[in-house]
Design a protein around this ligand. Structure first.
Ligand SMILES: Nc1ncnc2c1ncn2[C@@H]1O[C@H](COP(=O)(O)OP(=O)(O)O)[C@@H](O)[C@H]1O
Ligand SMILES: [Mg+2]
Length: 659
């Protein structure tokens, strides 16, 4: 795949899919989330330190068992007749332990012999066991100590892993909940600019990356560092010289690790970016499946996916190659270090500078040394990944939300339903005015129709009236109070909106009408449905009101959806009702039902209808004609028609022709 093709598709992928450097501020912000669980955190840290120290102590215990008991040289004084404290070897030989004794117990030709140079006496197993009873006892206690150590290591590890995971999960739970809460409060402006897939990634993948960071990476890196330092400490304590020799490979290790980090990071970024591209591709194309199939784009989309997938495949292979080189390199370095230790160590042992136990412990430590080394360099991915995720999460959290601090209602209530626009100017983006100098007023209970060509700004009017978008100039008053002075939740409770595109949530019909608000009873839902004439339609569904509607509601027609939305609005008994009529053609029967429903629904309410139907327009008390973001005409149908202006034109074109 050419580079240009790759970059040309990057709009679906975020630019900052790359790793992050070490940033102290990030850690500080993350720490805020850990604070409530710092007890768990410190407990697991303490366990980690204890467990690591115990683990480090194990080879040392073996060394002691070897040097102090196994390899202990014994000397004896002898006597030829029975004496107290003496141990009988044979008829004329009694011995007793004595540091300067003439007899030594040595191993010769695979057997133990007692010798003073001239005389050699073979000892059987039983005799040796009795002679070295205290050594055997010493080994027994060493093994017991080892067992206790192992058990303690197991226990501390268990506690550490359990608590660090618990802490991690709690932290992630908080972050995820906090994110969703924040996202709920974000202005719609934000959603216009951020594809939902990206926000989903924030709340799922990015928090998951952090999860791994909190549960495994932090503790295991700390542990690895502690192990490395501890091992070097123990080795240094055992033999400075041999430690020096063993560390001959250290520069090579540092070099290899640095190279690995460099190549791995490159490959890893590629993997991340390409995986993100696959996700973005899928998200977009699965939701647009009907278009793909209708326009016969399957083959080319398949090809496109295949090449996207293939570039991901190559990136992962590249990453694997880096690992495939790094791991064996580390293995070889390990064996080199081991050989160096054995080589020099055995010489030291032979020349008596070093005990066998020390050599044994040394080899153990070398073995221990390489595991954290490998681990730590590979864990860097997780850390880097987590930090870049954290940065993105914080970026989302830093998006300024509305002024509301919680979701509760309160303050000024809508009582009559009078609406007033005073020279309102609004645009979604700076410099582009969608609505200009809009002024009109609606008395309580009035029924206003808004007409105008597509793109005139009719739907935008709903957005600003319900405070979904802030206006730039002028004032919008409801019952004489600026909408800025209302609590948005209180405001929206009295202002119900039926949008052109009705969003159906996954759930039953009842759920969708009451929008999961348990305070609305099933009876109220049924009443509302009857009121807006959608009851007969719902009865036709296989499970009636309990039929589950899927997310896309592809099973419902546009008319049915509008009626359900109408029921949604009516069940809340709002003072102000705003309707954006579906432009889609509706069959005459449904049309009649909707018209009848409208007449009932609009009784006793202030109603603002963006009208596409002739009947709606004729029944309106007043009509506002929008053109390019301005109100150009207003009045009743007859008044406007008599003017023979834009309304007459629109009316003729849009309504009579379609009529
Ligand atoms: N969320 C948005 N962000 C930016 N521009 C928008 C947004 N929604 C609508 N617009 C633009 O505002 C203008 C008016 O749109 P709209 O109010 O939907 O018109 P109408 O409902 O009258 O057809 C159009 O040019 C449209 O492209
Ligand atoms: Mg519209």
């Amino acid at each position: 795949m050419s580079a240009s093709k790759e970059t040309s598709k990057d709009y679906r992928v975020e630019k900052d899919e790359e790793g992050r450097g070490f940033d102290l501020r990030l850690f500080k912000r993350l720490w805020v989330y850990v604070t409530p669980y710092r007890k768990l955190f410190f407990l697991s840290l303490v366990m980690l330190v204890i467990g690591t120290l115990l683990q480090l102590y194990i080879p040392y215990v073996s060394k002691n068992a070897i040097d102090a008991f196994m390899m202990r040289e014994r000397h004896y004084a002898s006597a030829v007749e029975e004496r107290a404290d003496y141990f009988r070897i044979e008829e004329g030989l009694w011995i007793k332990e004595d540091v300067d004794g003439a007899f030594s117990l040595i191993r010769k030709d695979g057997r133990f012999v007692l010798t003073d140079g001239a005389i050699s006496v073979h000892l059987n197993q039983e005799q040796i066991r009795s002679l070295r009873a205290d050594d055997i006892q010493g080994i027994d206690s060493s093994v017991l100590l080892l067992l206790i150590l192992l058990l303690s290591v197991f226990l501390t590890n268990y506690i550490q892993v359990y608590y660090s995971n618990k802490m991690g999960q709690k932290v992630i739970y908080d972050i995820r909940t906090g994110l969703y809460r924040h996202v709920l409060k974000l202005p719609l402006r934000f959603y216009d600019h951020n594809p939902s897939g990206r926000i989903v990634t924030r709340i799922t993948n990015d928090t998951e990356n952090l999860n791994e960071f909190f549960t495994t990476a932090v503790t295991s890196i700390l542990k690895d560092i502690l192990l490395l330092v501890g091992i070097i400490g123990f080795m240094f304590f055992l033999s400075r010289q041999l430690t020096g020799y063993a560390m001959i490979v250290l520069p090579i290790i540092v070099l290899a690790t640095t190279l690995f980090r460099f190549f791995d990071r490159k490959a890893y970024r590629k993997v991340r970016t390409r995986l993100a591209r696959i996700n973005a591709f899928l998200a977009e194309h699965l939701s647009g499946m009907s278009v793909i199939q209708l326009f016969n784009r399957e083959k080319s989309k398949y090809g496109e996916f295949k090449s996207t997938n293939h570039s991901y495949y190559r990136a992962t292979l590249q990453q694997l190659t880096v690992f495939a080189v790094f791991r064996p390199t580390m293995d070889i370095l390990f064996y080199i270090a081991l050989c160096v230790v054995i080589w020099f160590g055995s010489k030291d042992f032979i020349s008596g500078i070093m005990t066998f136990g020390t050599l044994y412990a040394f080899i153990n430590y070398i073995d221990m040394f390489f595991q954290p080394l490998r681990d730590i360099s590979e864990k860097f991915d997780i850390v880097q990944n987590a930090l870049s995720s954290a940065e993105k999460i914080f970026k989302l959290l830093d998006e300024s939300a509305g002024s509301e601090t919680d979701f509760s209602e309160g303050g000024q209530k809508v009582s009559d339903g009078a609406i007033e626009f005073e020279e309102v100017t609004f645009g979604y983006n700076e410099g582009v005015e969608i609505l200009k100098d809009i002024s009109f007023s609606i008395r309580p209970g009035e029924k206003i129709a808004i007409v105008g060509e597509t793109g005139a700004g009719k739907t935008s009017l709903i957005g600003i009236l319900t405070a979904l978008y802030p206006i730039q100039k002028g004032r919008i008053l409801i019952d004489g109070v600026s909408i800025d002075d209302y609590n948005v939740h209180t405001l929206r409770k009295q202002v119900a909106v039926v949008l052109q595109d009705v969003f159906i949530f996954s759930g039953t019909v009842v759920d969708n009408v009451r929008l999961f608000d348990e305070s609305i009873t099933r009876e109220e839902v049924v009443d509302a449905a009857k009121f807006v004439n959608v009851d007969y339609l719902i009865q036709r569904f296989e499970k009636g009101y309990d039929t589950s509607l899927n997310e896309r509601a592809s099973t419902l027609s546009a008319g049915e959806r509008q009626l359900i939305a109408l029921a949604r609005a009516v069940v809340r008994d709002p003072k102000i009702l705003i309707l954006d009529e579906a432009t889609a053609n509706i069959d005459p029967v449904t049309e009649a039902y909707i018209q009848d429903a409208m007449e009932k629904v609009t009784q006793g309410r202030t109603v603002l209808i963006i009208a596409h139907r002739l009947s709606t327009i004729r029944n309106a008390d007043r009509i506002l004609v929008f053109h390019k973001g301005r109100i150009v005409e207003s009045g009743t149908h007859n008044e406007l028609f008599a003017k023979n202006g834009l309304y007459t034109q629109l009316y003729r074109l849009q309504y009579e022709l379609n009529g």
